[in-house]
Design a protein around this ligand. Structure first.
Ligand code: PMP
Length: 417
């Protein structure tokens, strides 16, 4: 396929033409049309290097980790721990001891709520979140509220989907033991001023968790420079497999946290009277982990680190700007989430057309987008809506993809009017 826009400068710097060939799923037709995949905020496609690393493990190296002395176990353990090192480098964490493998961002937040939350919070304490959080950063705190009687405080946002930072200091009272905030909103695209939030929260003596699920594929994350206490991410949103993710926690914070699940691999010794737990990260990884998933995630981290990340950010930002300009010209279409600083996420609604119907018609044209509340119901309800249609961009998308989206939208709207 000829992509004129592959010759634009960020695309060239990124090596976009060759990169697209790394993603076998993209080279297919859906409903008779070449696939345009614009659902990257939900999950990303996987490059050959990730598929092949997982296949290599499954073909040749299958064994449990940390347990056997035989050759396969050594290979599997080296690959699993090597993946931890890759993720450490990806986040610029100080040590692999700060990298806990989880099932994903959701499990990482639940881990913090269950372990850190129960050990450090009591009735009357508060967790401060924002109005634009994913359900994964709302519900675990509600469960903790039910159990401990803590308070859940919600920092409001304005009509653009920008956090009301002017209200933050007044809400940061001594009761707030934890501030838990999305780095980038999955429903609106807003990039939050996390550095400033971390500074102000720390000045209040609060710990800070940053939900990086929508950030890590798009910008370079340096957890040491950011200075939060926890940072969570999911592999499948950064070109790795699903069912695996990471909780990064500062070593001193993790060290003070009790286990949250018990079982094999998280203990030093067990008798019926007493169990001695491992240090982090093993303390938080009870049971056989998702070994091939971690290997895939580590490979995805290396894959991203090998790219020109500045060119990637420029490329994706260019797509967002181009798409916003093109879609705003469509009569009756309203963009939801108009923050000045946005990740490559474009939510919109069209007068008199239900987002699900729109999604179905776009699919008929081979264009994959998401319709719904994006697991961020309060954020969508803030705009008086139950659902939006969302196009979200990844490294392999092109301006031609945006053109196909715009054409398919024009066509779909004609069907309904
Ligand atoms: N936080 C945000 C901002 C997200 O976008 C998502 C996934 N949509 C999650 C958390 C949860 O990620 P996962 O389902 O991979 O655990």
């Amino acid at each position: 396929m000829a992509y004129a826009a592959l010759n634009s400068s960020p695309a060239v710097a990124l090596g976009l033409r060759g990169l697209r060939r790394q993603f076998p799923t993209l080279a297919q037709k859906i409903n008779g049309q070449p696939l345009v995949y614009l659902d990257n905020a939900a999950t990303t496609q996987k490059p050959l290097v990730v598929i092949e690393a997982m296949e290599r493990h499954l073909r040749y190296d299958v064994s449990n980790v940390h347990r056997g002395v035989h050759e396969l176990s050594v290979r599997a353990t080296e690959a699993y721990e090597g993946a931890r090192e890759s993720v450490r480098a990806f986040l610029n964490a100080a040590s692999v001891k700060e990298i806990v493998f989880t099932r994903g961002a959701t499990e990482a937040i639940n881990l913090v709520a269950y372990s850190w939350g129960r050990a450090n919070m009591k009735a009357g304490d508060a967790v401060l979140i924002t109005h634009m959080e994913h359900h994964a950063n709302i519900v675990p705190w509600q469960l903790l509220r039910q159990e401990l009687g803590i308070e859940l405080r919600v920092l409001p946002m304005d009509e653009r989907g920008v956090l009301r930072m002017d209200l933050l200091d007044a809400m940061l009272t001594p009761e707030v033991k934890l501030v838990s905030v999305a780095h980038v909103s999955n429903a609106l695209g807003t990039v939050n001023p996390v550095r400033e939030i971390i500074e102000r929260a720390h000045a209040n003596g609060s710990r800070v968790l940053i939900d990086g699920a929508q950030a890590v594929a798009h910008e370079v994350i340096d957890v040491q420079a950011l200075g939060a206490d926890f940072y969570v991410l999911s592999s499948h949103k950064m070109y790795g497999p699903s069912g695996v993710g990471v909780l990064w926690g500062r070593a001193d914070v993790l060290a003070g946290m009790p286990p949250w699940q018990g079982g094999g691999d998280m203990i030093l010794s067990v008798t019926f009277e007493r169990t001695v737990f491992q240090k982090p990260p093993a303390r938080f990884e009870a049971g056989t982990p998702n070994i091939e998933g971690a290997i895939g995630m580590g490979t995805a981290a290396r894959f991203l680190m090998d790219l020109d990340r500045g060119a990637l950010a420029d490329h994706e930002h260019g797509l967002l700007t181009y798409a916003t300009e093109r879609l705003e010209r469509i009569g009756g279409l309203r963009v939801i989430g108009t923050a000045p600083d946005k990740g490559p996420v474009l939510s919109f609604v069209v007068d008199d057309v239900h987002p699900h119907d729109l999604g179905t018609l776009l699919d008929r044209a081979g264009v994959a987008v998401r319709s719904g509340h994006h697991c961020a119901q309060p954020a969508v309800q803030h705009f008086g809506l139950h659902a939006t249609t969302r196009a979200s961009f990844g490294l392999y998308n092109t301006r031609d993809d945006v053109d196909r989206l715009a054409e398919a939208l024009h066509h779909a709207i004609r069907v309904f009017r």
